[in-house]
Design a protein around this ligand. Structure first.
Ligand SMILES: O=C(O)CCC(=O)C(=O)O
Length: 270
């Protein structure tokens, strides 16, 4: 498979009528601030507890940061907790995205985009000052097969980077601005495993500000990334081991305030 077929961006994939529906729904969700570690998963030597740079919301299954995300082949159990399903309009959009991906690149058996991470990018208020935290450091997405994303709001500088030397990952291999309504997908060994990706910065001059219901944030970009977690690795909250339930119950309490799915899970955790 050619490397250039394993990465594509489709401008205007979500046009104005659907965009309005999407934005209304995205701003009705109440994202949460997660911490990277927990009581049962404390920071390793040389690391410290920290909040993620941005508030997030997951659909399909929630990969809590303190459970170390989905990380095959070893880190697959008790990491992906069954979450709310996609709303109907999103399911049909995801079906179209999957078809475009299948037409362009290979997919592993059973692959479908059943997991969605929604990242809310902008500024946060810290000690009375607004600090821009609209970026994501270089990382890889470990879920098998192609990953996809939809972007709303201000444009983001999306980069693929490679190690220049041991310990450094900053040689830019490819970069482009992801704009409002764009659909990006990438898969294959090169884009998924040989290079890292990151969001270097988000523009500020397009006039976007989303009325997200969260105190102390000003959100100007929302990105949905879609991935595949094999169904056998998605676990119902009530099947989690006790220590995992203890680590996530605080987050589920917050989610339960605005989500009936998480409200139903709460008694099984508390
Ligand atoms: O915001 C984006 O465009 C990318 C987000 C991302 O890389 C991720 O969630 O893994």
């Amino acid at each position: 498979m050619k490397k250039n077929q394993e990465l594509f961006v489709i401008p205007g994939f979500v046009g104005p009528p659907l965009e309005a529906v999407m934005v209304k729904w995205l701003t009705s969700l109440v994202p949460i601030w997660e911490e990277r570690y927990s009581n049962h998963n404390p920071p390793p030597d040389g690391e410290w507890q920290r909040r993620l740079k941005r508030p997030v919301y997951w659909l399909g299954n929630w990969q809590f940061a303190c459970l170390d995300y989905y990380h095959p082949p070893k880190g697959v159990l008790n990491r992906c907790v069954r979450a709310e399903p996609y709303p109907e309009f999103l399911s049909s959009l995801v079906g179209k995205m999957e078809a475009k991906i299948r037409a362009s690149m290979g997919t592993p058996p059973g692959w479908h985009l059943n997991t969605c991470l929604i990242n809310y990018y902008g500024k946060v208020e810290e000690d009375g000052r607004w600090v821009d935290v609209a970026s994501v450091g270089e990382h890889r997405d470990y879920e098998p097969g192609p990953v996809a994303s939809l972007s709303f709001g201000e444009s983001a500088l999306f980069q693929f980077v490679k190690s220049r030397s041991k310990g450094s990952r900053d040689a830019v291999v490819r970069e482009h601005w992801l704009k409002n309504g764009e659909f990006q997908a990438f898969g294959g060994t090169f884009w998924k495993s040989e290079v890292f990706h990151r969001v270097q910065r988000v523009k500020r001059n397009g006039g976007f500000q989303f009325p997200v219901v969260l105190h102390g944030v000003r959100i100007r970009r929302i990105n949905l990334t879609f991935r595949f977690v094999p169904d056998e690795h998605i676990v119902d909250a009530n099947r989690l081991p006790r220590e995992v339930r203890e680590d996530i119950v605080g987050y589920v309490r917050q989610l339960a305030q605005s989500s009936s799915h998480w409200r139903q899970q709460l008694p099984t955790l508390a």
